[in-house]
Design a protein around this ligand. Structure first.
Ligand code: AMP
Length: 606
């Protein structure tokens, strides 16, 4: 194996580049200081810019905003909406593209639709974006590294091994293509400029996910000593990448040993060329032996495999907040507990939040919403079954008016034609950076379909599942791999909630013999779903909760199904509530055992 040339300290080019990097990082940090200090003024300006440039679009005319650009008129004139409200307008643009005069949503031409990951829950959103929006997203992303660099210096001197997979674009009748926002990012000028990845751009843009992932592992292994950051978008993806590696490491080793590739496996000519170039410089028997030894050392567990194979990795960059937190034990295991950094909070609709304290523990992570990215409003959230939630319509508050410790649902107005649009996420105020709040991501605000009069949202479900999973771990050596919920109103009367759990467990027999633990777990879950839930259970309008244990690999099958239906690979997140028949059938066909709550959960009176 050839070693890379040492860095020459006297190289003028390097010094100049380093100075440029320092200067850019300094500017980025100053920018964050400025916009968070002047958050209120910046928000006013953003709203003014959005409304003045889009004054004549059909949507704002329809709501008779009449050219006003102040927040008071905006809020009294334009309603808060969900994607479903906007869908008829989006469908018109899908049908006829940018041909409307005046334009429907946004004065600038729509360049692409970004598709969200919600395929398996049944809602496939198409979010308009523009060329200018891509630049804005690039600015947002350029803020992340300077923040990281303050805490972990020298990141620019090493490489990042991120497995990133682009997906094909779908045409629409109106000529605007649909693509995942992640793919949009990989094709952006900002991304193309970044030479710090171990993956050649051809491997990322390869639309066959198998070839893409395989070849990226190959290149990442060839550069193993240079890797300082290891990651993926969401934690679920990272864990699946490691599983992929587990299945393919011996073929990868073979390619590295021989310095060539299996042309039947990698058929894309651009990928072949790019990978062969990497192999030419960096492969050989020595590296192959090293990988083989590490992979065979403890085949059953693979503890610390990331830090063993990529020994200079300083941290794992991946999102582990919200429902992704369940993957933390697996990532700790594979990385020998390297720091895990969740850098940003972003959605197909808009890139919004940056984690300014990257080394904080995953459960302490908060994101500072960058005030220039959109105009933000916050709808206060209550316990779904409280009288406040049932009786009152809450008024949204502005970015700088949120209260510490409270939960809010995020509403955004963007430069790309979303006006007072509910993103569907619940955020909790955890602190402030200057005058800008920092938010903990709590989860989706989606409500599960009800059985009776109760309402349970995904955040409440997540909390209850965490409690139940901890209960299980106390008694048996299992960890929760993944879960989802189904409201079953047909197979029992009254209807009941079904939780599908995939568990990681060394001894499958132990599970069967411990049914009482699972029954207690059902009850623990019910008691964590809130007092109103316990009331409807006592009343008998909701039946005992059921946990169905599904076989290993079921949630991978679920993901594969979602991807086959068009869900973006890099953005995929397990739906926490399933409704579609094929998905429920898939889950039911994988059930290995099931348990019901054997008692009524404790009800404490209203
Ligand atoms: P998509 O539009 O498919 O990219 O998905 C965006 C959604 O992913 C958001 O609305 C959030 O629910 C979730 N998400 C994005 N960033 C984070 C984060 N840092 N932590 C937890 N969930 C996130």
């Amino acid at each position: 194996m050839k070693t890379p040339p040492p860095e020459s300290p006297g190289d003028l080019g390097t010094i100049y580049e380093n100075e440029m990097v320092d200067e850019n990082h300094k500017k980025a940090l100053e920018f964050i200081e400025e916009v968070t200090t002047n958050a209120e003024q910046v928000q006013k300006r953003v709203l003014y810019e959005i409304l003045s440039r889009n004054e004549h679009v059909e949507y704002l005319q329809r709501h008779r905003l009449n050219g006003h650009t102040d927040s008071v008129t905006f809020k009294t004139t334009v309603p808060i909406i969900t994607y479903e409200d906007l869908k008829p307008d989006i469908d018109r643009i899908i049908a006829k593209g940018n041909t409307y005069s005046p334009p429907i949503l946004c004065a600038q031409p729509i360049s692409k639709f970004y598709c969200t990951s919600g395929t398996s829950s049944g809602v496939r959103k198409r979010i308009p974006t523009t060329e200018e929006d891509n630049e804005r997203r690039g600015v947002f992303r350029s803020l992340v590294k300077p923040v990281l660099n303050q805490y972990i210096p020298g990141l620019d001197k090493g490489k990042a091994m991120f497995i990133l997979v682009a997906q094909p674009e779908d045409p629409t009748p109106g000529g605007i293509n649909i693509t995942p926002s992640s793919t949009g990012r990989y094709k952006s000028a900002y991304f193309m400029k970044d030479k710090n990845f171990t993956s050649p751009i051809q491997t990322i843009l390869c639309e066959d996910s198998y070839q893409s992932i395989y070849s990226q592992f190959l290149c990442g292994l060839c550069h193993n000593k240079l890797v300082v950051r290891f990651g993926a978008g969401f934690a679920s993806r990272l864990v699946r990448n490691i599983r992929f590696f587990k299945e393919h490491w011996s073929h990868l080793c073979n390619d590295i040993r021989t310095g060539t590739i299996d042309y039947a496996r990698i058929t894309d000519p651009l990928v072949q060329k790019a990978v062969l170039e990497v192999l030419k410089e960096n492969s050989g028997p020595e590296l192959a032996d090293f990988i083989e030894t590490e992979c065979m050392r403890d085949d059953a567990s693979w503890k610390g495999i990331i830090s063993r194979l990529w020994p200079n990795t300083k941290y794992i960059e991946v999102i582990v907040t919200g429902s992704m937190s369940q993957y933390i034990p697996a990532i700790d295991f594979y990385s020998n507990s390297l720091p895990i950094i969740s850098c940003r909070y972003s959605t197909s609709e808009c890139n919004m939040g940056i984690n300014l304290n990257p080394l904080s523990k995953p459960d302490q992570v908060s994101y500072t919403l960058i005030p220039t990215m959109a105009y933000y409003e916050f709808l206060p959230v209550h316990d779904s079954n409280s009288s406040d939630a049932r009786n009152q319509e809450q008024e949204p508050v502005d970015l700088t008016a949120v209260e510490l410790g409270r939960d809010y649902e995020l509403v955004i107005t963007t430069y790309t034609g979303l006006y007072r649009y509910r993103v569907g996420d619940v955020l909790r105020v955890a602190g402030f950076k200057n005058n800008a709040p920092q938010f903990q991501y709590m989860g989706r605000s989606n409500k599960l379909p009800s059985v009776a009069t109760e309402r349970i949202d995904e955040v409440e479900l997540q909390n209850a599942v965490n409690i139940a999973a901890n209960h299980l771990m106390k008694f048996i050596h299992v960890s929760l791999v993944d879960y989802t919920c189904f409201t079953d109103t047909t197979s029992t009367t009254p209807g009941h909630y079904v939780l599908y759990f995939e568990l990681h467990c060394g001894m499958s027999d132990a599970l069967v013999s411990r049914s009482s633990v699972f029954e207690e777990c059902c009850l623990a879950l019910e008691e964590s779903l809130g007092n109103y839930y316990c009331f409807v259970r006592k009343e008998g309008t909701v039946g005992p909760l059921e946990i169905k244990i599904v076989e290993k690999g079921t949630f991978d099958k679920l993901m594969n199904y979602a991807i086959s239906q068009g869900a973006p690979v890099s953005q995929y997140k397990t739906p926490r509530c399933v409704k579609l028949d094929p998905i429920v059938e898939l889950l039911n066909s994988s059930v290995v055992s099931n348990y019901y709550s054997q008692a009524c959960p404790k009800y404490n009176g209203m």
